[in-house]
Design a protein around this ligand. Structure first.
Ligand code: ADP
Ligand code: ASP
Ligand code: MG
Length: 405
């Protein structure tokens, strides 16, 4: 029986027309095998950045609906070009926008979540023996406004399509060979992993490993889609993202990440009474602000200090939220430090190994890196450190856990 394969090609893989032709040749080999192939494509190269920049030249604060209308055009260009490239080598293909396959999302522009997909047109393309080429990153809300899924969101489109089609494989083609122990473009010693669990990949993606959009991993985990991250420049296999029971040897630490676009907010002299933290973090979440590490000091003289990290872009809104709550919350002056980085080590083996945190802190201490905040979960340890030490810190942790080549 014919297999159903979903492939996603990222921006660098379709960066110019020569690369688009190469991608078409690769797709042809799968199509010639008799398989049903659905292909999700990102915008060419840095197109999305260029579109963002155009909007910023017009206004500091573009209406979110119009920004999505603009950003979604990048993918429309690449699906059409790829369909043409396929047709020109004798492979019948049809391109689709998010609108055309009813990729329904909520109305949260620039970070929309997928609600449902209508597979009818994709199935129809398959029944005509055509490759279905689908624009990544975009959908529509219930009022038919164009939405986008957040930067890097084409990965999520691909996994959602693979889940909707019950595909046998979901291949994510990119410009590196697979998922590495840390960003191979920043740390040359990084090693490619043959396999990684959904849980680990989800943590790594959320903590700054840009190789997969974190919601794509969440979807894959929920729908049991195996993701194969691999290079679009050669045929070697890459990394499989799978469930934990498929991995025999659990690594204590399988990856290290760094996030540099973060800021630490400190509110001193917060009244020590029930409901205060709830009020603060409810107000922040109402503004869609994602809070990462949170630390509260033990109370002294009826007050304590609350510190938390947020994305730098959310600093202005956070300031407004806290200003609004000021009277209820605190008598002290707000402090913002945006010279920070969050370093994290992730591994399912942490569940059964002791001393992992100590080993990480020791590695940072040896390099003279001061730890500003710490947060842990069952499979990760994060340290907030001064940004100037982030490169040194990643390297130290990476080698302390023996991850390098
Ligand atoms: P695409 O355009 O194909 O979606 P991305 O730029 O979104 O590609 O993702 C690939 C990039 O992710 C790589 O070039 C690499 O620099 C970066 N990256 C960060 N962390 C990792 C990691 N742990 N493993 C592999 N790549 C990583
Ligand atoms: N083109 C979009 C972006 O640059 C989506 C993607 O590449 O996945 O963020
Ligand atoms: Mg990407």
């Amino acid at each position: 029986m014919a297999k159903t394969i979903v492939q996603k090609y990222g921006g660098t893989s379709v960066g110019d027309t020569t690369k688009i032709k190469n991608v078409a040749n690769r797709i042809k080999s799968y199509f010639d095998n008799g398989d049903n192939v659905a292909v999700v494509v990102s915008a060419m190269g840095h197109t999305t950045d260029i579109l963002v920049d155009l909007a910023e030249q017009i206004t500091d604060n573009p209406p979110k609906r119009e920004l999505d209308m603009l950003l979604s055009t990048g993918e429309q260009v690449s699906v059409a070009l790829l369909a043409m490239a396929l047709e020109s080598i004798g492979v019948p293909a049809k391109s689709f926008t998010g609108f055309q396959i009813k990729m329904m999302t909520d109305g949260n522009h620039s970070n929309a979540k997928i609600d449902s997909i209508d597979r009818t047109r994709i199935d129809h393309a398959f029944s005509e023996r055509k490759v279905a080429i689908i624009a990544g990153f975009q959908g529509i809300d219930k009022d038919e406004n164009i939405t986008t899924l957040g930067r890097g969101g084409s990965d999520t489109t691909a996994v959602a399509i693979a889940a909707a089609l019950g595909a046998d494989e979901c291949e994510i083609y990119t410009d590196v060979n697979g998922v590495y122990t840390t960003d191979p473009n920043k740390v040359p010693e990084a090693k490619m992993l043959d396999q990684i669990t959904y849980e680990e990949m989800l943590e790594l993606a959320s903590l700054g490993a840009g190789v997969l959009h974190s919601r794509s991993v969440e979807l894959a985990m929920n729908y049991g889609v195996t993701i194969h991250v691999r290079s679009s420049f050669h045929r070697e296999p890459g990394t499989l993202v799978v469930s934990e029971d498929k991995i025999m040897e659990k690594m204590k630490v399988s990856g290290v990440t760094v996030k540099n676009d973060q800021a630490r907010v400190t509110i001193p002299d917060v009244k020590d009474q029930p409901g205060i933290a709830a009020e603060l973090f409810t107000a922040l979440s109402a503004k869609d602000i994602i809070v990462d590490v949170i630390v509260q000091s033990s109370p002294r003289d009826g007050v304590n200090t609350i510190s938390f990290t947020i994305s730098k872009k959310d600093v202005p809104t956070t300031k407004l939220v806290i200003e609004d709550l000021k009277k209820k919350l605190s008598s002290g002056a707000l402090e913002i430090d945006d010279d920070i980085a969050i370093l994290s080590a992730v591994g399912v083996g942490m569940k059964s190994h002791v001393g992992v945190a100590a080993q990480m802190f020791q590695a940072l201490a040896t390099e003279g890196v001061n730890i500003l905040m710490i947060s842990t979960s069952e499979i990760k340890i994060s340290c907030v450190i001064p940004q100037s030490k982030s490169k040194q810190g990643v390297q130290a942790i990476h080698s302390a856990f023996g991850l390098g080549n």
